[in-house]
Design a protein around this ligand. Structure first.
Ligand SMILES: Cc1cc2nc3c(=O)[nH]c(=O)nc-3n(C[C@H](O)[C@H](O)[C@H](O)COP(=O)(O)OP(=O)(O)OC[C@H]3O[C@@H](n4cnc5c(N)ncnc54)[C@H](O)[C@@H]3O)c2cc1C
Length: 479
């Protein structure tokens, strides 16, 4: 790109503007998933909404597609080219304890917000890993550890500040712009770059939670026991179960080393006594190698899943399920038995409860009626994504009879995609548009494409998971 042209962008923004080969370019573009690198033409490290506006206007003027990233924990349709806005410098948090509303900059991570909220006896609706970023997680729905209790994190959003494709910075609420508000919460970066988000916190200081660990060889029917148990619990009980081979390494707790482990994760907001009674059948399912379920301050909630926080290469995908039954459980196990050549990790999350209820202000989050979420991933150590992907899809195809669609925050990685190409398949042969379409019921997707034609008719925001604008911009009703 011509130096004089880039200089005009540099003159308008406070944060760094980085081109390939410059110091800082690689650090700024690096993702949590090392298997799918993204190489934009230019990166703008935004410090505020004005920087974002300048970057969007510049990209529109020069025909560059725009993408946005915070800490890069999201799966991505990894792309070549375009302009990437990074928001990790936008870390301001303001909390009004009376209204319980947090106003959160686009680059704020949950660990920061959890600490700030705890000082007021409050908590956000974070997911399993406190190191992901609040804004993208919430725009993608936000499936929290208290999901059955409190609904999607997106359902608690009261307003957003967003830079749209026309370069305007708008304050969007359900009253001011119901269509754009609806589309942003579930449509993520297809409708603009969110620079700030106002969300309701919940009055939670402690929870009864932790992990129950079983050896899969000793307790082979744990998945079925877990499924049967989920049929009996109230919506105050949130849980999931994962099956994973644990490496024989010193940093792994000794009882778990070198074994294939069922890890049941518990988050319960009722009393300790009630919680103990509720999980008693799970504790009785077989000998536990470790049991960390206890009353804990909410600030320790990241220990429930204990997700790995170091960047690594992996490939993953997920599907929402209408339900589970004995046949579904057997199908999952038949396709998920860890093969030493392609070690598959899967997780089943229990959905339902408040997730299935309509929020006060409607949004575009899909598949609210799903009862379970099945995710699978394979670490890419010594194997390629091409080898691993068919094993993942083998599992997810096998559960077709129970399959509804995908969850936006857990969409599959696709491998490099060229944003302007007619063919939207990535290197793994995954059609990105089909993948995104699968995250919504048909009527939600159709309405999103219609609104895309209104708010981003040139499809400026077409990096990553694109929703194309409808040919004729007819906006359908929100409900
Ligand atoms: C270990 C781990 C555990 C997870 N657990 C959960 C979980 O329990 N529940 C759950 O719901 N999700 C979960 N996720 C998924 C995670 O919430 C999403 O991937 C989220 O988008 C990550 O945000 P990020 O900033 O860290 O990622 P990024 O990769 O920086 O962003 C992801 C995407 O969000 C969009 N985006 C980013 N910033 C903006 C913006 N300012 N405006 C508009 N769009 C934007 C872009 O499309 C971008 O590609 C998990 C992810 C990981 C890695």
């Amino acid at each position: 790109m011509d130096h004089a042209v880039i200089q005009r962008l540099i003159d308008r923004v406070t944060g760094p503007v980085l081109l390939a080969g410059q110091d800082g370019y690689d650090a700024e573009r690096t993702s949590f998933n090392l298997a799918f690198p993204y190489r934009p033409d230019v990166i703008v490290g935004a410090t505020d909404a004005q920087d974002v506006q300048a970057a969007v206007e510049f990209a529109a003027a020069h025909g560059l597609p725009v993408g946005v990233r915070a800490t890069g924990h999201g799966a991505s349709a990894a792309t070549e080219g375009g302009l990437l806005i990074t928001t990790r410098r936008m870390t301001e948090v303001r909390i009004d304890p009376q209204s319980r509303i947090a106003s959160v900059g686009a680059g704020v991570r949950f660990d920061h917000l959890i600490t700030e909220a705890a000082a007021h006896g409050l908590a956000p609706l974070n997911g399993s890993a406190p190191f992901v970023t609040v804004v993208p997680y919430t725009l993608g729905g936000g499936l929290s550890i208290l999901a059955r209790n409190c609904g999607y994190a997106a359902d608690r959003v009261r307003g957003t500040e967003v830079v749209t494709a026309d370069g305007q910075c708008r304050h969007v609420t359900p009253d001011s712009d119901p269509d754009l508000y609806w589309a942003l919460l579930g449509g993520r970066d297809n409708f603009g770059i969110v620079t700030r988000l106002e969300m309701e916190l919940v009055p939670v200081t402690h929870l009864y939670g932790g992990g129950l660990f079983f050896d899969a060889q000793q307790v082979p029917d744990l998945l079925e026991a877990y499924w049967r148990w989920t049929l009996t619990v109230p919506e105050q009980m949130d849980s999931s179960v994962a099956l994973a081979p644990f490496p024989d390494l010193p940093q792994i707790p000794e009882p778990l080393r070198g074994r294939v482990i069922y890890h049941v994760r518990i988050a319960y907001l009722g009393s300790v006594d009630d919680g103990e009674q509720l999980i008693a059948p799970l504790r009785a399912a077989g000998p536990r190698l470790l049991d960390s379920v206890r009353l804990m301050p909410y600030t320790e909630c990241g220990s429930i899943h204990n997700d790995p926080s170091m960047p690594a290469p992996w490939i993953g995908d997920s599907v929402m399920l209408t339900d589970l039954d004995q046949k579904a459980v057997a199908t999952i196990l038949a396709h998920a038995t860890p093969d030493p050549a392609v070690p598959l990790i899967f997780e089943v999350r229990h959905l339902g409860g408040a997730l299935a209820r309509r929020p006060t202000a409607a949004n575009a989050v899909g598949w609210r009626d799903a009862r379970y979420l099945l995710s699978a991933l394979t670490p890419l150590r010594g194997i390629t994504a091409r080898t691993a992907y068919p094993v993942l899809t083998g599992l997810l195809d096998a559960v077709k009879p129970w399959r509804m669609g995908r969850f936006l925050n857990f969409l599959a990685h696709t491998g490099p995609v060229t944003p302007n190409a007619a063919d939207s398949s990535g290197a793994l042969g995954v059609d990105v548009q089909e993948l995104v379409r699968g995250a919504y019921q048909p009527e939600i997707y159709q309405r999103l494409t219609a609104l895309k034609a209104v708010y981003d008719p040139e499809n400026l925001f077409r990096l990553h998971y694109t929703i194309p604008p409808a040919a004729a911009p007819t906006v359908l009703s929100t409900t």
